[in-house]
Design a binder for this molecule. Structure first.
Ligand code: 5GP
Length: 134
């Protein structure tokens, strides 16, 4: 059975998409730790990130870097933190999270509840910068 993230890539489940390439897809986390919290995933369904081929994981990180830079341009923060856990969804994903302190990337913190319009505005701003720069 497909993972929830494969369903997102295929458009079977909606997402606040930021960008995609032939191999990767970036979209807002639905339960964000901070405004702009983004997930970068491979389109090829792979559970454990370290099972991704060397060339592809390198490409995935470069893609995540470009997304992170577009986030930084739109979300006030000290920097973009990057984390990989993968304990909930069995489809490899990099979390990109705007942070000011170490507590902002603590996954035990309560998640933000945002309205759809706010998710859309955040995704649009990051997407626009990403497209201008790439
Ligand atoms: P992890 O597997 O790294 O522990 O966490 C999975 C992440 O995926 C969580 O931050 C969770 O909020 C996010 N997530 C789970 N289901 C969905 C979904 O259907 N849509 C989106 N956009 N994010 C999801």
């Amino acid at each position: 059975m497909s993972t929830i993230f494969t369903k997102i890539v295929k458009g079977e489940i909606p997402s606040y998409k930021i960008a995609e390439t032939e191999k990767f897809y970036a979209f807002l986390d639905i339960n964000p730790l901070a405004k702009g919290h983004t997930l970068v995933i491979p389109k090829l369904e792979t559970d454990y990130i370290f099972d991704i081929e060397d060339e592809d994981i390198a490409e995935m990180i470069v893609f995540a870097k470009k997304i992170g830079l577009a986030m930084e341009a739109n979300i006030p923060c000290k920097r973009i933190g990057m984390a990989v856990l993968g304990l909930e969804v069995p489809h490899a994903h990099i979390h990109l999270i705007p942070i000011n302190t170490v507590y902002d990337i603590d996954f035990k913190q309560p998640k933000l509840k945002l309205e759809s319009a706010e998710f859309e505005a955040i995704a649009d701003s990051i997407k626009t910068t990403f497209e201008l720069n790439n």
